[in-house]
Design a protein around this ligand. Sequence first.
Ligand SMILES: [Zn+2]
Length: 434
Amino acid sequence: MVEAVRTVVVRSVPLPRRAFRIFVELEGMYRNIVEQLVLYAVNNGITKFTRLKAEKYRELRSLYPQLPSHYIYTACQDAAERAHSFLRLKKMGRARKAYPEVRSVSIWLDDHLWRAEGLTSISMATHRGRVNVSIELNKHFLRYVNRGWRLASEARVKLDHRERRLVFYLTFKKEVSEYRPKVYVTVDVNEDVEAVLIDGIVYLLETNLSRITLGYYYRRKRVQERYDKVYGPGSRPARRIFKRLSNNERLLKKEIRWKLATLIVRQAARRQAAIVLERLGREPANHMVEHIKDPQLRHRVFQAAFKGIQRAIEEKAREYGVPVIYVDPRNTSKVCPIHGAEIVYGKDRHGVCSRGGETWHRDVAACYNLLLRALGGDGGAAPSRQRALIPVDGGPVPLGPTAAHEPTPIARGAWARWRSLGATSKHKQMRMSV
Ligand SMILES: [Zn+2]
């Protein structure tokens, strides 16, 4: 059994001034608590919730006796997570400040602090007793309710000060049983394109994720230069534009990742296939993005184009009960899947096998090598038994030395509209079951 988890946003109706003020006070107290806790945690190198709670709970409880005690618990969890990610960034030399700033606050809730009253209102514990707020139903929320997802007790709430609303981030969970895979779908993640091997065909699905990241980066830089000249550094109009650009960038990337993940996972589920991914390291000091010199930018491209895609596929796969397998990504594009010899690349993504002399597209070689490693089961080099089963006597089958080994490139505008990969029927005759 695996567990799929999704966050769904639900907004309250606009609240009367007096009711909203209670939540503003609550937010203020919560923020103070988190700020104190983060400072303490960072100073003492604490990243564990249990230790932070053990050392600070009593003190904070006596400072805020009117507050329901579980807010101290959730603030400890919140702060421990912030301290943890800050200390990790600091260790990698990517923290910009000496202490983490607690800028935006969302109040963490547990089962004592909130409960759903039917589908239309939420009751929250506050320092002024329980307060009921009506929520606006939306399609997204109802879809999860109707499809057998379970509403979990952990939630977060943010204040929309301008509209005097509460914005709830609710967590839905669902248990799904994974099937035993019959075949494999392999995914080779690249900066701007995903190569997917399904039924013996390699599709190149264009994502442009690194191009989008770089594009927004340079746009922000240009805005900054222009506005700094006129208004001085860090001006309000510049910040407003930054915020809008970042938001657009985030939404666009998210949409691309989810659509792509859905497309791949549905194909895998239909074939009862396992998805094979490269095992990625934690650090982007990786050959995949080493041409990007700026470490922060490199980190962002890596997160969006490699980690982000993988995470979306993993999430979607859990929902459909699709098993995911990780294999060693080393040299997957450098070695010929048939002969095990080196592929010599020219300037573009095409190379020639140094033993058989056949031509390979880099991403096709990578996809087949991932498949061989998954079949080998050890994540290491492809076993010779498997290599022997692949026809090497020519003929128009994938992996035959006379086959074209050409992938099918698909632009983002095209695949984003699809519900399945069946749209490329001209390649049907090349299908082979693996
Ligand atoms: Zn070869």
